[in-house]
Design a protein around this ligand. Structure first.
Ligand code: 13P
Ligand code: SF4
Length: 394
């Protein structure tokens, strides 16, 4: 595994980055997230409600306009019964659904109580007074919710919903880095396991990464595990960044050449990119920001045509609210996010299954790193803000 030291060149106006190869750690196989696999057979399952009765129609009619632009009317009767059943179960269990911006529109617009980017969901998790939190997102997000709510039940509809960034590094790797760079603080992207957070000084998200790095008031930080986020942050700060070589398997696939081709085919198109994209993509884009910052950009400026270089459901979710904007969709699917469906949200709430727990031996230290981020973010007024509350009830 390669570690890089990155710093902005002295001639800051060029905003180019200097990469110094500073350490080799022995190559090791990619770590897959260790999550228990729970197999169930069809016979174990309570059949999902499928009948589009008058009662279902009445309870869900007011929700359909939210997704009418992206879900054909002919499909609605097949999903409305599940939506009603989920919303009923939430009331029964005093549960809330925290949904990441990459959830499909049926989840995002019809059953979620709060929607947002990683920072917003972490803040919302800290404030929740529900008894049960269902994380419609990936495993590291559910772990963060559990860290912030140790006494609540946190469920994830599919325990296999991982993340290539979270799988790229372990707590042991961080301990080795600390030995190699004594005294250099570790800034850890929230897309990591609790084990890695526990070895970190502070967390960050794509919404506050530059502010968090600068909040430490030091000349050099380790920023793990996303190499591209680290390189993109290094372009915006004088703090020297030492990076790990983790990648998001969704965003690493976008290229600058692709952007140029979209611009040629669609003159005037606005290109937005997530900071997990390679630096040459960020350079070529009109705007880079967290998933919520990208949504905010489109809502405020309502461009005629836009490309969002990120996960596919983002464009669908914003398009549902902004019919006047045309979304060109060169998106990439996140296979982990797409494990979460209406059907498994229903199952997990019905059966109260797939509870997420964090080893008490690491929980306090991991929570500390998240709490320090939330506090620093509030001080610097990073664009994180609050998760948007959605009323799932009709
Ligand atoms: P955001 O924090 O911007 O929502 O990003 C999370 C993520 O996993 C992007 O791939
Ligand atoms: Fe992880 Fe990338 Fe999927 Fe986000 S989009 S959850 S960073 S693999």
């Amino acid at each position: 595994m390669l570690i890089y030291s990155i710093s902005k060149t002295a001639k800051a106006e060029t905003h180019t980055t200097r990469l110094i190869l500073s350490l080799f750690i022995t190559e090791r196989p990619r770590v897959e997230m260790e999550v228990p696999m729970i197999e169930t057979t069809a016979a174990d399952r309570t059949p999902a409600p499928l009948a589009y009765t008058d009662e279902v129609r009445k309870a869900t009619d007011a929700l359909y306009p939210r997704v009418a632009g992206v879900i054909p009317a002919i499909e609605w009767p097949s999903i409305a019964p599940l939506i009603k059943a989920i919303n009923d179960l939430k009331a029964e269990r005093n549960a809330v659904i925290l949904a990441h911006n990459y959830m499909t529109p049926d989840i995002f617009h019809c059953v979620a109580d709060f929607v947002g980017d990683s920072l917003q969901l972490a803040i919302e998790a800290a404030r929740s007074d529900a008894d049960v939190i269902v994380q419609a997102g990936v495993h590291f997000m559910a772990e963060t919710s559990k860290l912030m709510n140790p006494d609540k039940t946190v469920l994830i509809p599919d325990l296999r919903a991982g993340c290539s960034l979270a799988a790229s590094i372990t707590g042991r790797d961080v301990r080795l880095l600390r030995e190699r760079y004594p005294g250099v603080p570790v800034v850890t992207y929230v897309n990591t396991s609790a084990d890695v957070k526990a070895e970190s000084d502070i967390c960050c998200t794509s919404a506050n990464a530059v502010e968090i790095v600068e909040s430490l008031g030091v000349p050099r930080v380790l920023m793990i595990p996303d190499e591209y986020l680290a390189r993109n942050v290094a372009r915006q700060t004088d703090v020297e960044i030492i990076a790990w070589k983790g990648r998001c398997e969704v965003h690493e696939r976008f290229s600058a050449a692709e952007i140029r081709a979209y611009r040629e085919a669609n003159p005037g198109v606005i290109v937005l990119a997530h900071p997990e994209c390679p630096p040459e993509v960020i350079e070529e884009a009109d705007f880079a920001g967290s998933t919520s910052a990208m949504i905010g950009y489109v809502k405020e400026r309502t461009p005629r045509q836009v490309v969002m270089l990120t996960e596919c459901s983002m464009s669908d979710n914003v398009a549902a609210e902004l019919p006047q904007t045309e979304f060109i969709r060169p998106c990439n699917l996140c296979p982990h996010m797409k494990r979460i469906t209406l059907a498994n949200i229903y199952d997990c709430l019905l059966r109260m299954e797939h509870e997420v727990s964090v080893d008490p031996a690491i929980a306090d230290r991991a929570r500390g790193a998240v709490e320090r981020m939330i506090a620093a973010s509030a001080k610097t007024k990073a664009k994180g803000g609050l998760a948007r509350a959605r009323s799932a009830a009709a």
